[in-house]
Design a protein around this ligand. Structure first.
Ligand SMILES: Cc1cc2nc3c(=O)[nH]c(=O)nc-3n(C[C@H](O)[C@H](O)[C@H](O)COP(=O)(O)O)c2cc1C
Length: 123
């Protein structure tokens, strides 16, 4: 919090908050969103916009982090490496529309729903 406040005083626009993992004395227990409380505290106490990161893969969880005011932005690394179309899939899961290039539009489940009998899709 002190570091973020000092950065803010220097004109920093935002910080991406992690638990570091730089000291073997740290006892970090990773679980979905395990670093979000750290981001929320920095946001609250330093008054600086924050990115939340760390084992965030569920679109609903990402949405809740923003909606609850815990962070200003959610950044996803490994989830996106595993699923490069994460943003498309998140939009679908959250019922949001997102732009597809014409070449890719035909792959949306709504264009060939018979290929996804296990899911209900709109569109
Ligand atoms: C391939 C890879 C390399 C990374 N390298 C660094 C690094 O050099 N320094 C660092 O602070 N974080 C590093 N990270 C952590 C990311 O900056 C980020 O905080 C984290 O991956 C986000 O959590 P997530 O992967 O659970 O979404 C790396 C992550 C990945 C997946």
């Amino acid at each position: 919090v002190r570091f973020a406040a000092a950065l803010k005083a220097l004109g920093c626009d935002f910080v991406d908050v992690t638990s570091g993992g730089l000291d073997p004395r740290q006892r970090i227990a990773p679980s979905p969103g395990y670093q979000v409380p750290l981001a929320a505290r920095v946001r609250r106490e330093a008054g600086l916009p924050v990115w939340a990161v760390g084992m965030i893969t569920d679109p609903h969880q990402a949405e809740a982090i923003i909606a609850e005011g815990q962070a200003d932005l959610v950044a996803i690394a490994r989830g996106m490496m595993f699923d490069p179309r994460w943003a498309w899939h998140a939009a679908e899961a959250l019922g949001a529309e997102t732009a597809y290039s014409p070449r890719y539009a035909r792959c949306h489940p709504s264009r060939w729903p018979e290929a996804f009998p296990q899911r209900r899709v709109g569109g």
